[in-house]
Design a protein around this ligand. Structure first.
Ligand SMILES: [Fe+2]
Length: 373
């Protein structure tokens, strides 16, 4: 039954996306006026979605409809992270995902190390006053009291379709991290690397990047500096068993943004050559797990932690679903596991990757039975 709830829940987000707007601070942007014929079309579309969902529910076997709960028990050792992108709306969707992240953290029988906050951190005009309601108070201090490693997305550069604040909006986020070292908000630079649990004995190295290549975002010099930084970091010797890249922009996406030719050309060859096992991104407002011909990496998109959802435009390279949520990653010495968790607490998809590079699906589209490790 909860599976049907998921579909209806998604329909609600469709309503939000249609009739709502992004919150800018505490004030919501005025929705675009609609004419009656378009309203009828939307109603029809919603009705069709519900009918379609109901038909799916009727067609599927009862056993397949049981929602999968995310795993909360993992072997001793290793590290745990959450990853979310495109969250900074300040609206009910962001609150729902934030609440679910807190609930999952509470149930997880292990401490979490951190959150990857993957850009589009604040939609609309950013003022210093927004950090409290839309970050500090949004994410439970009780259950999510660990660093949020943040990177910048297109909306964080205040372009014309956002706040028109320009790079000052990104600088405000860098300044907030610098001026508030006790805050969970960590953004030491536009691009940076971290070793976990620490540099002395690392299990994992994460390189955080800024893929904002458009006019008005990274300057030509910054683009060159970042490329040199990436090449140096990726070539550096490390005792870490795993190396990942986290960035707002995916290289590959089944959603409306499609594949990013510029980043594929700039970073793609480095990913394979230097065994970056996982590339985690947001930007497309949905959840995806892709494996791409010619690449040995696993590609995760987790860009639905607060914004209106984007549809899936193509398929064939893995899991892709238009739904709000976040991912949980457990990394051990021999393998890591990724779970896709919705804003209603269901696990839709999960996979495991070994050190040897083998990838196994553990939960397939919310319908597969959990397999034994
Ligand atoms: Fe984005």
């Amino acid at each position: 039954m909860r599976k049907l709830g998921n579909y209806l829940h998604e329909t609600n987000w469709l309503l939000c996306a249609t009739h709502g707007g992004y919150f800018t601070g505490r004030k919501q942007m005025k929705p675009t006026p609609v004419n009656p014929s378009r309203t009828m079309t939307r109603r029809d579309a919603i009705k069709k979605t519900i009918l379609f969902s109901t038909s799916l529910w009727a067609l599927a076997g009862a056993s397949e409809l049981r929602a999968q709960a995310p795993a909360t028990k993992f072997p001793e050792g290793g590290l745990d992270f959450l990853a979310m992108g495109d969250f900074g709306s300040g609206n009910a969707v962001q609150r729902a995902v934030a609440a679910q992240m807190a609930d999952f953290a509470k149930k997880l029988e292990r401490p979490l190390t951190g959150v990857f906050a993957m850009g589009d951190n604040f939609y609309g005009k950013l003022t210093p006053e927004r950090f409290a309601p839309h970050f500090e108070e949004m994410y439970s201090k009780e259950h999510l009291d660990f660093p949020f490693y943040a990177c910048l997305g297109n909306h964080d550069y205040g372009p014309s379709y956002d706040s028109k604040q320009g790079p000052a909006k990104a600088q405000m986020q860098l300044d907030y991290a610098k001026n508030n070292p006790s805050s969970r908000w960590k953004m030491p630079a536009k691009w940076y690397a971290e070793e976990f649990p620490d540099a002395a004995n690392p299990l994992l190295k994460v390189i955080f990047l800024d893929g904002s290549m458009f006019e008005g975002a990274l300057t030509p010099k910054e683009k060159i500096d970042q490329k040199r930084f990436l090449e140096a970091e990726i070539a550096k010797n490390t005792a870490a068993k795993w190396r990942w890249i986290v960035c707002h922009y995916p290289l590959f996406s089944e959603g409306v943004h499609h594949d990013n030719a510029r980043l594929i050309a700039e970073w793609g060859p480095l990913l394979n050559k230097h065994n970056i096992s996982l590339y985690v991104a947001g930007h497309d407002h949905n959840l995806q797990h892709l494996q791409v011909d010619g690449y040995k990496n696993n590609f995760v998109v987790s860009g639905s932690a607060g914004a209106s959802l984007y549809p899936i435009k193509r398929s064939g390279r893995g899991f892709a679903q238009k739904i709000s949520g976040f991912v949980h990653i457990h990394v051990g010495a021999d393998s890591f596991e990724v779970q896709y968790i919705t804003s209603t607490g269901d696990c839709l998809h999960a996979f495991r990757r070994t050190q040897a590079g083998k990838t196994d699906t553990i939960i397939a589209n919310g319908n597969g039975k959990r397999q034994k490790a």
